[in-house]
Design a protein around this ligand. Structure first.
Ligand SMILES: Nc1ncnc2c1ncn2[C@@H]1O[C@H](COP(=O)(O)OP(=O)(O)O)[C@@H](O)[C@H]1O
Ligand SMILES: [Mg+2]
Length: 242
């Protein structure tokens, strides 16, 4: 039996929506501040095995990115349990964990260390990442001096050049100019084609999902309404009848 690499066990995520930041701050000190509850994920259950390729469909606000962020550890469940076993690399929140005062090179090391890589492994891909990112001599400048495009390119370059075990792609994301995007797409396709890679893919491009994924999850209002064969998921999602 294949190894389970991601499991969601009764996972829910609550966001508290305050009318403004002042009220949000006051809520830290007082229980009396009013807010609206938004369950971005609501009792989500699934397991993903090594090598699975899973597309997540759903309209805007369905909870897709929230689920992905809980896999990457960018955000945590309010209730339930998320277990992830394997090195996660995500094309989402590309620059999460960057320290603006550190140089690009230092952030590269930091991020790779956070992903669980050993120094020797990092040194082996360091130059490959820097070349991919196309930021030249800026690599030794503090990242606060980078444009948002440079930051995103560095984040992307790290994510795709660190031999991911669990690869997460949130398609809403596009980095750089048309030429750089083309280069990214090629790289993503090359990673997805690797046998051992587990893929979690959020996209509105249904053809691409059907090409790369064998399983589809459909979400609505924070809940999983379908989980099964990609063809059935696509049919349901396209019908809009869920
Ligand atoms: N940081 C946040 N603070 C408050 N609400 C959020 C936050 N992130 C997401 N939400 C809300 O949670 C719901 C699900 O969002 P999201 O997971 O981004 O959906 P999707 O990726 O499917 O479009 C939406 O209603 C969204 O507005
Ligand atoms: Mg999203």
């Amino acid at each position: 039996m294949a190894k389970v690499v991601v499991s969601f066990d009764h996972v829910s995520k609550l966001y508290k929506l305050f009318r403004n930041d002042k009220l949000r701050l006051m809520s830290v000190f007082s229980k009396k501040v009013n807010y609206i509850e938004k369950w971005a994920a609501n009792d989500v259950n699934f397991t993903i095995e090594q090598g699975d390729s899973v597309a997540i469909f759903g309209s805007n606000g369905a909870g897709k990115s929230t689920v992905l962020k809980m896999v990457t550890g960018v955000t945590f469940p309010t209730k339930g349990n998320v277990v992830v076993d394997g090195r996660v690399s995500a094309l989402l929140e590309l620059t999460a964990g960057f320290d603006p005062e550190l140089s690009g090179r230092e952030n590269l090391f930091l991020k790779c260390q956070l992903m669980g890589m050993r120094d020797k492994e990092i040194v082996a891909v360091e130059q490959i990442i820097i070349d991919f990112a196309e930021i030249g001599d800026y690599i030794d400048q503090p990242t606060r001096t980078y444009s948002s495009g440079m930051l995103a390119r560095l984040g992307f370059a790290i994510s795709v050049n660190t031999d991911p075990e669990i690869f997460i792609v949130d398609e809403a994301l596009s980095v750089g100019d048309a030429r750089f995007q083309e280069k990214c797409l090629h790289k993503v396709q090359e990673i997805i084609a690797r046998n051992h890679v587990t893929l979690l893919f959020v996209t509105h491009a249904i053809d691409t999902a059907a090409k790369f994924c064998s399983r589809g999850i459909v979400m609505k209002n924070g809940q999983v309404v379908f989980d099964g064969h990609i063809d059935d998921a696509v049919r349901l999602y396209q019908s809009g009848d869920y």
